[in-house]
Design a protein around this ligand. Sequence first.
Ligand SMILES: [Zn+2]
Length: 269
Amino acid sequence: MHLSPVVFRRAFAAPLAVAFAATIAVAPLTAQGTATARRAPVTVHWLGHAAFEVISSGGTRILIDPFLTGNPTTPDSLKQLARYNGATKPAVILVSHSHFDHTQDVKAIATAGGIPVVGPYEWVATLGLPEAQNRGGSPGGTMKFGDVTVHLVPAMHSSDPGGRPLGFVLEFADGRTLYHTGDTWLFGDMSLIQELYHPDILLFGVGGGPYTQDPKTAAFAIRQYFHPKTVVPMHYGTFPGLATDAQVRAAFAGDKRVVVMTPGQSRTF
Ligand SMILES: [Zn+2]
């Protein structure tokens, strides 16, 4: 087939030019989008059980599932609730579900500091907080606090009285993400959480007993569904009947991504 120069330009040259422009436009974005290229540190502070403070690179402090004053593994200094109303006051409290080992100190901390509470819609409504602090939601919901976007995702558990259980995906300014599972068994939609949010850091419930997935099932779920850089096991060793530190270490032996923390410890990723 012979094409005149004009037809050639119309048929091929213009699309090629567009394709070339797209290539040079996309290339720098791809480089910037690589998490390691401009990774901004995120601090994970384990308060014991499922309770964490997560501090973004921009200084946004997020408190998750604050079960502190009655938590046998929480260091005494972190049980002083006034601590959460000073320099370390969180921008928001995230609550995965209604059970006491995730909610015990929510109302006291939220009320003292005027802090918004995000959790199952019906459960948050039971707290009777002022409207500005009453930030209930459901799976699929998204909210922004400082430089952190919070995505509400499902969990396979219960939350009576009050709504349905949640997990949380935190999305940071550098594009990296952290997934706190809440209490759950593994479930097939974890593959969608991976596909949508590709979590880099997993705060993964592993405690077993009567309530949640055990360490071996959690390790299986991570192999099956996720490709994280870092895994922090949680929700174990708090009460008799939950998995022990030794059982957790055994289930994840050899997995260099797994960081077994102790309550009160901070790690920056
Ligand atoms: Zn629990």
